[in-house]
Design a protein around this ligand. Sequence first.
Ligand SMILES: Nc1ncnc2c1ncn2[C@@H]1O[C@H](COP(=O)(O)OP(=O)(O)O)[C@@H](O)[C@H]1O
Ligand SMILES: [Mg+2]
Length: 265
Amino acid sequence: MPENAATPGAPGTPHIEFRDVVKRFGSNTVLDNLNFTVDKGERVTLIGPSGSGKTTILRLVMTLEELTGGYIHIGGTPLQYEEVGGKRVRISDKRRRRTTTDIGMVFQHFNLFPNMTVMENIIEAPVNVMGLKKAEAEAKAEALLEKVGMAWKKDARPSSLSGGQQQRIAIARALAMDPEILLLDEVTSALDPELVGEVLAVLEDIAAETDISMLIVTHEMQFARDVSNRVMMFDKGAVIEEATPEKIFSEPENQRTQDFLRAVL
Ligand SMILES: Nc1ncnc2c1ncn2[C@@H]1O[C@H](COP(=O)(O)OP(=O)(O)O)[C@@H](O)[C@H]1O
Ligand SMILES: [Mg+2]
């Protein structure tokens, strides 16, 4: 481990830490020595123009993308690479999976399993990954479906449901794994405008009732204001400004933040 690495789980250890993170796709450097931390229970919103690297950041945390350089630590535990004897060493898939079971992600496109019922979608990972008994997983799924207002559709197929309903089920599916970290990538961007509110209301409840750390990418600025402690403005893979939502939305300092907010608000 690097000398300055935090002890896993020790008080004050960031929940998510990006340390000198580099991500390239071929010759395209998307993230160039990115550093930031998210504390336990903190809700951080990432804003910035399309192509600035927001999705890539979430996908790196979910280990859906491979780091090109640097380190990501989750609660002090190295996620993809660690430093051993001065060398950067890849962490085994098995160890990576152990860390990512605490992380849930909801995507822009709901991507529920189309061949499974709502209930089957939700219990799939708890049964197959966590090893929960089917009855136990179903009882838990019922409660989560109740919470997102979808218990009445537990035997339905995703294709028979509206986008807003599918997204609420995707949220319940992520919560079924008891995540400590929730990654939300433009979860309302693919929805018809009249369906956005029901999804954001569910997320606001979860934010109010749990201490799950959240990394949120959204263009819904009112939602960002309501749930986040901090907003980070990205441009070309770098944080160009960060502040509380109150500050950044009312008095952004950076010219590019001002231009971006003027365009989206
Ligand atoms: N799988 C990929 N292969 C090649 N380039 C990619 C891939 N995913 C993202 N990129 C590139 O990375 C950059 C950042 O993309 P992304 O993280 O999706 O930005 P954002 O979510 O902020 O719109 C873009 O230039 C995009 O084209
Ligand atoms: Mg994106």
